[in-house]
Design a protein. Sequence first.
Length: 323
Amino acid sequence: MSTAIAKRASFDLTPTSLQEAMDLAAVMAKSELIPMQFRNKPGDVMIAVQMGAELGVSPLQALSGIAVINGRASIWGDLALAVVQKSGLLEEYKEMTFEEIRTAGKAVFWAKRKGMAEPIVREFSIADAKKARLWDKAGPWQQYPERMMQMRARGFGLRDGFADALKGVAIREEVEDYVPVVASATQDKLAALKNRLALTTKAEAVVESQPSLPGGSCPSDDTQHASPDNASDPGSDDARSADRPADTISEKQAKRLFAIAKGRGMTNDQIKYLTKAAGYEHSRDIKTADYEQICSAMESWTIGEHERIGAVLAGFRADEAGA
């Protein structure tokens, strides 16, 4: 009788079909042994497992080492090194100790790739961290600065020298320090909204100070404001009202237009600029058919437009002075 012991096949969770991947993801998503970000999210689990398969790691390794940071899938620096080592492309690598990093004020990563004569050398210094506004950042940069610099140097070296093995996947320790684009965009929108609210409040105060006016945002009753063409003398153009063509706005409408513009914080130059942009030399020439559209343009005026138009007007004046 043979005494040879048969070797058992190892148990492998790697799916071989889409259905197996979906079934595996459904089971894993219910487990408390996987990271919180994947729990009850079978879709995310399946994508992470597939990404792991492309990197050559098992499903459990993928869930442990892959994370979505600031909207981008990334892997821990330790897993990145493991993937490169497993690829067989790495002959040798060297990293500085924490003591050496503290003494030198920088971390250096050195690697030799098979088939390449020159080694891959990348470094990340305290000066680099300060330039990227990381050195004073709360969290790991304050607690383990040497480790963070080491991970940055390693990440640069592995991504630059072994992009084929890493498939372009980013390193988590680096991505965590990115400024979230969505958050920045949201902050810009909030700032713009605050500016708009401030201007709207100012405009409402001006409108409320006028008599009650029926029939829309640009009614035709009189106000105590001058038109943009004769802002310095509110009543100087009254005698010309009878000469207005039938298809142009009335003097009263021109005055009301000016009141709305002033309520939005526009200067006389900006009012004239917008009037000319609409195709009219003077407000008294505005056609009745275009009146509501111009009113809407003035009501939607923002601080950003103030600055932009102010710069344009300043440029025009500079050109005229130079001429």
